[in-house]
Design a protein around this ligand. Structure first.
Ligand code: PEP
Ligand code: MN
Length: 365
């Protein structure tokens, strides 16, 4: 259930009173907690977390209305728009939330660049590519330690060793790390590895939920509970409705630091592209949600020669950042080599052109 508040009547004291009442009533229903949705978005709603299926929504509504005049209505979540929906936050006036990743703000005034190899193959490879990224002006370093490869016979990443490499490289270059969570815990040789604890131990700055796990609500909830900001990619066959429903998963776990990412949808013809960038989806996400949105034209096109075009186009459609893959030339067996930029110059040009395009699109020229 969610409690809708009247923006003109709400007060901090009223919100506290309502929150306490949620806990109080919830005792009869197995325990409820009140969730205040993002403070940047000036919440007009309070979420009720817990099992509300047995509660009568009308009597709950009249009770809350009687305790504070700001309560407009109480509705079941199934009858209401996803929590990330823009129409729930009229004060946002077309702006998006800002997600802070170790001091880098995604969705703020500047265009954010997340660059790095698809996969961490070695310390030397990752360090060299991180230097390219740093010198070209990227903000964050990407690199997969755990890889959800389409073919399970192929390299699945270095695992914890990959996280350790990313940590060392981050300490040398100062670039915070974005890396994908594929499982919260993993069994290996009879032992259980706690991947989430390793994310914290090795100082991961932002956890990525990849396209293949875009609807894995348990995994997203686990990641959300660490408090790390989340880059939540769209599944290539998800409608915007399905994606938006999934995008609220971390919010329901109390973590609103979520960035949406369009990374291409299933293409009808893969002879000239791996996936097909759905540019209008970027526009739709900006219109329909208050989340910052970035584009990933590396996976979105699968072609080195289309990455810059795809990235610049995504900015025209409203992207506030990009994720871009880079690879050392000659390392043809490295993951996603074909779609990676292969020189510091290409990366530098892409980033410079993106920042210029971003300034034009956002009216600063
Ligand atoms: C990635 O970013 O390395 C990745 C696997 O992307 P996606 O989940 O979008 O396929
Ligand atoms: Mn990749």
């Amino acid at each position: 259930m969610i409690i809708k508040l009247n923006g003109n009547k709400k007060t901090p004291e009223g919100i506290e009173k309502i929150s306490n009442a949620v806990t109080g009533i919830g005792e009869s229903y197995g325990g409820w907690t009140a969730q205040l949705l993002p403070s940047q978005a000036e919440p007009h709603i309070i979420g009720i977390a817990g099992d509300t299926s047995q509660a009568d929504v009308d009597s709950i509504a009249s009770y809350f209305k009687s305790i504070d005049p700001s309560v407009d209505d109480v509705v079941r979540v199934t009858d209401s728009p996803p929590l990330v929906s823009r129409n729930l936050y009229p004060d946002m006036n077309g702006k998006t939330l800002r997600v802070n990743v170790n001091g880098i703000e995604i969705g703020g005034d500047d265009f954010t660049v997340i660059a790095g190899p698809c996969t961490v193959h070695s310390f030397d490879q990752t360090l060299e590519l991180a230097h390219w990224a740093k010198e070209a002006g990227a903000n964050l370093l990407r690199g997969g330690a755990f890889k959800p490869r389409s073919d399970p016979r192929t390299f699945q990443g270095l695992g914890i060793e990959g996280l350790e490499i990313l940590h060392r490289v981050s300490q040398i270059t100062g670039l915070p790390v974005v890396t994908e969570l594929v499982y919260s815990t993993k069994r290996k040789n009879g032992e259980t590895i706690d991947c989430l604890a390793a994310f914290i131990e090795y100082g991961v700055a932002m956890g990525q939920i990849g396209a293949t796990n875009s609807n894995s609500h348990g995994l997203i909830t686990d990641l959300a509970q660490t408090g790390l900001p989340i880059l939540h990619k769209r599944n290539p066959s998800a409608s915007i409705k399905q994606y938006t429903l999934s995008l609220q998963t971390a919010w329901l776990a109390g973590n609103t630091n979520v960035v949406a990412c369009e990374r291409g949808v299933t293409a009808p013809d893969t002879s000239y592209q791996r996936n097909m960038m759905d540019f209008a989806a970027i526009h739709a996400l900006r219109q329909q949600t208050v989340l910052p949105v970035i584009g990933d034209a590396s996976h979105g096109t699968g072609r080195e020669d289309l990455v810059e075009k795809g990235t610049l186009s995504s900015i025209i459609y409203g992207a506030q950042g990009t994720m871009v893959e880079i690879a050392l030339p000659g390392m043809v067996d490295h993951c996603d080599y074909a779609q990676s930029l292969k020189s510091p110059k290409a990366l530098k040009e892409l980033i410079a052109n993106c920042r210029e395009m971003y300034a034009i699109v956002n009216g600063k020229h």
